[in-house]
Design a protein around this ligand. Structure first.
Ligand SMILES: Cc1ncc(COP(=O)(O)O)c(C=O)c1O
Length: 365
């Protein structure tokens, strides 16, 4: 028999104890999902075919990342040693921060932006230096440059950015990389397909540039968890030291080549979303709702003090949208993913109904 001698629980690192809990509002999402910027339809049917053919025997083997890395590298016009497949871009961010951020270092972050940069940085011993966008939520270029210090180790920029949908120009990104040659510039192109501009061709030319791409958005593979990090070999070799050889599972690896090959499916989905975005912008303007220009598959709108009630009314009407009020500079703002034109017609009907209900409630007061 083992005698229990434990008097207190083992304590995690102080930085981990100080971390805020982060629970994305998942759970009972059986509705029109305009809350997580996913593909709102499906992945390519070619991916489904490949999934259906995977044998039970194949699942007994550990996944082999490298052959698929070579396929992805060729697709991106890069060498295999310049890319690493990861368990979603989230893992890419995690391993990059793990590899580069140490005590005293600074992560420079224009905000508001994607939440996980701060989550993963707060688990390291580095300091987060946030640079707030102005009220128009445009990229704070001058102030970001001014915030570079000798301690800046990583600058993380989502382009297009979430939740604002704003973009940074290629010239600005190159300028940032040049002004901080001692830091890694991470450009997260999660929403690349809806914007069409990239700096991935500058990998190896701009020596401190690393680019992330996800297959969770336009490709419709969020459930498989797969993303790619691309950068110069001299930087990627450190990332690969930290990365588990098995973190991308064999189903995701099997599905990636057919997803990449089916460009007709991807292009069709993207052009549908871009048309739906134009229609939705017009509907928002007609409803008198302030919106921010977006180059991604979502739009940030200003609902004002009744944001939480608006989100609740939309949910009651079967449409999930994301309250971003607690993001820096986003009080009263809600982010709405763009799906197909038909789905957005449903969203507009729910939105107009919710606004009418809110107005009627105000008048009754
Ligand atoms: C800017 C940005 N990067 C990365 C991700 C996450 O990508 P993944 O699903 O590949 O982890 C998101 C998801 O919302 C995002 O908005």
């Amino acid at each position: 028999m083992v005698e229990s001698v434990t008097t207190r629980n083992p304590t995690p690192r102080a930085r981990v104890q100080a971390m805020k809990e982060y629970h994305p509002p998942l759970g009972s999402r059986d509705a029109l999902r305009l809350d997580f910027n996913e593909n709102t339809l499906a992945c390519s049917p070619k991916v489904r075919e490949v999934l259906g053919r995977i044998s039970a025997g194949a699942l007994t083997r550990y996944p082999e990342r490298e052959p698929v890395e070579a396929v992805v590298a060729a697709h991106l016009g890069l060498a295999a040693a310049q890319v690493a497949l990861t368990n979603g871009v989230d893992e890419a961010i995690h391993v990059l921060f793990e590899a580069f951020l140490e005590a005293g270092d600074e992560l420079l972050l224009p905000v508001p932006t994607y939440t996980m940069y701060e989550v993963y940085a707060s688990a390291t011993d580095a300091r987060v230096v946030a640079v707030l966008a102005a009220g128009d939520l445009q990229f704070p270029f001058e102030r970001l440059i001014a915030a570079v210090t000798p301690r800046t180790k990583i600058i993380a920029i989502a382009n297009p950015n979430s939740p604002s949908g704003s973009v940074v120009t290629r010239a600005q990104l190159v300028e940032i990389a040049n002004r901080a040659p001692h830091a890694v510039l991470l450009v997260d192109e999660a929403y690349f397909h809806f914007h069409g501009e990239t700096v991935i061709d500058l990998i190896g030319i701009v020596p401190n540039l690393i680019v992330a791409r996800t297959f969770s958005k336009a490709y419709g593979l969020a459930g498989l968890r797969i993303g790619v990090l691309a950068g110069p070999v001299e930087l990627m070799r450190w990332v690969k030291r930290v990365l588990s050889p098995y973190s991308v599972n064999s189903l995701a690896l099997a599905c990636l080549p057919p997803a990449l090959e089916d460009t007709a499916y991807l292009d069709g989905y993207v052009s549908e979303v871009l048309e739906a975005r134009r229609d939705f912008e017009a509907a928002l303007d007609e409803a008198g709702i302030r919106r921010w220009p977006s180059q991604a598959n979502f739009i940030l709108v200003d609902i004002g003090p009744q944001h939480a009630e608006f989100v609740r009314l939309m949910r009651a009407a079967g449409v999930l949208v994301r309250d971003r009020s607690s993001d820096p500079g986003c009080d009263g703002r809600v982010r709405i993913t763009i799906g197909t034109r038909e789905q957005m017609r449903q969203a507009v009907a729910a939105l107009n109904q919710a606004l009418a209900t809110l107005r009627a409630g105000k008048e009754a007061q």
